[in-house]
Design a protein around this ligand. Structure first.
Ligand code: GUN
Ligand code: ZN
Length: 654
């Protein structure tokens, strides 16, 4: 059983329940050789380990002990143990003398928590025909394995070589079967050869076709350098033989790459090993003794990276971490650039709002999902006939614009008075065009980019302006903006004498609601005798009342609305089914009315645009409003999960 706790891009933190305890994901499983364990991995942070059932099976002594006392005692680990099936040995050494049935039954016999069926790890870059033939066998064996299993949880490995169509098909087929977890297989050669760009294609085509409710394990990925990227692509589990294999070769793992002992002048980190010894100490040591110490360092840094990733997801800064990590090798940077081509997929899962600001760290940031999402939303917004385009100032723009725009607002006069037919937008990096009324809404205010604009960002903003230009009858471009982006568009049109940027606050709250809940929501929510109450301290909009009824509160942290009961009723009336809805079954209707949180298994339908942190309406199958709350998941996850909370109800009793 798996539950998602927090999300960022395709990444998630979660918990996975097994017979030997609950583990937190993302998790790293050190590979334990059943015959020769030398390190207490638990004391270094391992919550779960992986070992090889085939190696145990092949060795009479190990087989006997595991059969009698179980695999946990054999490898001296009392937490959850995953076993691999020997498929990898099969791919490396040709035929192995064990069948699918025996492998499953043996893993069952030795008490493995999570077993693996006998897949075929098809290498990268083989012919499509071969990959497809192998895939048929992998799928057939997966199906059979379900017949043989009794008590264990089962892994079913996604194969398909480097063909995205085959990966997608394999994931789709396996997803229909009753497996608990899905490793993504045969990626070791890609990682060994730094083919990270192709790894991105393989992982995304697999993950995007797997059920959201099952953990994904990037098989054979043990180098901490790629953990953050892999988690951002939706991987939940890693296994590391690297910690010991690299140590045998006197190599130190780090998030920046690998260091050879012979080249070390200083120890590479501040783990207990690196504090206690110098490179010379290690070089003088017996190899067998040194190997254990380097392996310990390798595990320290690997677990530290897993913790950093979990922290980053919790604070909403996973991509900032990925961008840092991917700058440690050009091939990783290439992979990150490739990931930028998948924004449309990632957008389906990415939360509506996050705790931390968006940090621009280079042109790749322009391809991040937040930018993609904003552009999609802007395109759908109704347009007026005229556009006034301004250059950016400090944020929030509206506060600083009038004072900095100088002459633009005071010179000359014009017959074209009034700005009712004009959209006012600010052009800026990285979000392109920001309507002035939305300049406090996440992430349009909560972002930072360098003041010295790089060429790519300049081109990016310029092309957005050029595309938008044609959608208006008239565009007025401020001279500063024209100069900053070399647009050559500066308008001769002069604004009226008395023109001042003055935000119409009623329009502003309507625009924010339209941006948040969809076109039309603002007019529905804020129709009538609207009263806007501002914070005495900050002067920002806080509460919106109609007559004496509170409709919504604008959250200071992200400028988005939290609905009141009256607000939820109005939104429900205005927005057509299924927009903003989650539909619960009859059994859970009384709980919803009481204001209890909603579990995913009770939800029978929902608006496909719902994201984590969205405000949602909770209705029954007759579309009667029962309650309202905040979604913890995206629609795709809500639909797939059968366990865990989906909606944190704010209020029932409607
Ligand atoms: N270990 C590394 N890659 C693989 C794979 O593709 N399949 C299995 N079963 N184990 C692996
Ligand atoms: Zn160290």
């Amino acid at each position: 059983m798996f539950e998602i706790k927090l999300k960022d891009n395709l990444g998630r933190t979660g918990i996975l329940k097994t017979k030997h305890g609950v583990i937190k994901t993302p998790a790293l499983m050190p590979v334990i050789h059943p015959g020769k364990q030398s390190i207490d991995v638990k004391s270094l942070g391992a919550e779960i380990v992986i070992t090889n059932a085939y190696i145990i099976y092949k060795n009479e002594e190990l087989r006997e002990k595991a059969s009698k006392k179980g695999v946990h005692e054999l490898i001296n680990f009392d937490g959850p143990v995953m076993t691999d099936s020997g498929s990898f040995q099969l791919s490396e050494y040709g035929d192995i003398d064990i069948g699918n049935k025996e492998v499953i039954e043996f893993q069952e016999l030795i008490g493995s928590d999570i077993g693996t069926s006998l897949d075929i790890p098809t290498p990268p870059y083989v012919s499509h025909g071969r990959a497809e033939r192998d895939l048929e066998i992998t799928l057939k064996r997966a199906k059979e394995s379900l017949k043989y299993k009794k008590n264990i949880m089962l892994n079913s490995v996604v194969q398909g070589s480097t063909f995205t169509d085959l990966r997608a098909r394999c994931a789709e087929e396996l997803g229909k079967m009753d497996f608990e977890l899905h490793p993504i297989g045969a990626v070791v050669p890609l990682m060994e050869n730094y083919q990270y760009k192709d790894l991105v294609d393989v992982v995304i085509s697999s993950v995007s076709h797997l059920p959201e409710s099952r953990p994904r394990h990037l098989m054979g990925a043990g180098h901490p350098m790629i953990f953050a990227l892999a988690v951002a692509m939706g991987c939940d589990l890693f296994d590391s033989a690297a910690y010991i294999l690299y140590a045998e070769d006197d190599r130190f793992l780090s998030v920046r790459g690998t260091y050879k002992l012979e080249n070390l002048v200083e120890m590479p980190c501040s783990c207990p090993i690196c504090i206690k010894y110098t490179p010379d100490d290690l070089r003088k040591m017996e190899k067998s003794e040194r190997k254990i110490l380097i392996a310990q360092h390798n595990l320290y840094v690997s677990f530290a990276e897993i913790r950093s990733i979990k922290q980053a997801i919790a604070e909403g800064s996973l991509m900032e971490l990925v961008e840092t990590r991917c700058r440690s090798h050009p091939r990783l940077l290439e992979a990150y650039r490739q990931l930028g081509n998948y924004a449309e997929i990632i957008e389906k899962y990415h939360p509506a709002s996050k705790k931390s600001a968006f940090f621009y760290s280079g042109p790749e940031s322009l391809n991040r999902v937040e930018v993609y999402r904003h552009m999609q939303k802007i395109q759908k917004m109704p347009k007026k006939s005229r556009l006034l385009l301004l250059s950016s100032t400090r944020k929030p723009y509206h506060k600083y614009l009038s004072s900095e725009m100088g002459d633009f607002f005071s010179e000359g006069s014009s017959k074209k008075s009034g700005m009712d037919d004009t959209d006012i937008m600010v052009a800026d990096v990285p979000f392109g065009l920001i309507p002035l009324e939305l300049d406090e809404v996440y992430p349009l205010a909560q972002n930072e980019a360098p003041g010295i604009i790089d060429k790519d960002a300049k081109e990016f903003v310029k092309s957005i302006i050029e595309n938008t230009y044609n959608e208006y009858e008239e565009v007025i471009v401020h001279a500063d903006l024209d100069k900053k982006y070399q647009l050559g568009l500066f308008s001769e049109y002069i604004l009226p004498d008395n023109f001042k940027i003055k935000i119409d606050e009623l329009k502003k709250i309507k625009s924010v609601a339209n941006y948040q809940f969809g076109p039309g929501a603002g007019e529905g929510l804020f129709e009538g005798d609207v009263q806007i109450v501002k914070s005495k301290k900050t002067g920002k909009i806080r509460h919106i009342y109609i007559k004496d009824n509170l409709i919504a509160t604008m959250r200071a942290s992200d400028g988005l609305f939290v609905l009141s009961k009256e607000g939820a009723i109005r939104l429900h009336e205005k927005m057509e089914y299924p927009i903003n809805r989650v539909v619960v079954n009859a059994d859970s209707e009384p709980f919803a009315r009481e204001g209890k949180s909603i579990f995913a298994k009770f939800i029978i339908d929902c608006d496909k645009n719902i994201k984590a942190n969205d405000e949602v309406l909770i209705v029954n199958d007759k579309d009667e409003l029962l309650a309202f709350g905040k979604s913890l998941l995206s629609s795709y996850e809500i639909n797939d999960f059968k366990t865990g909370q989906a909606i944190k109800t704010r209020k029932g009793g409607i």
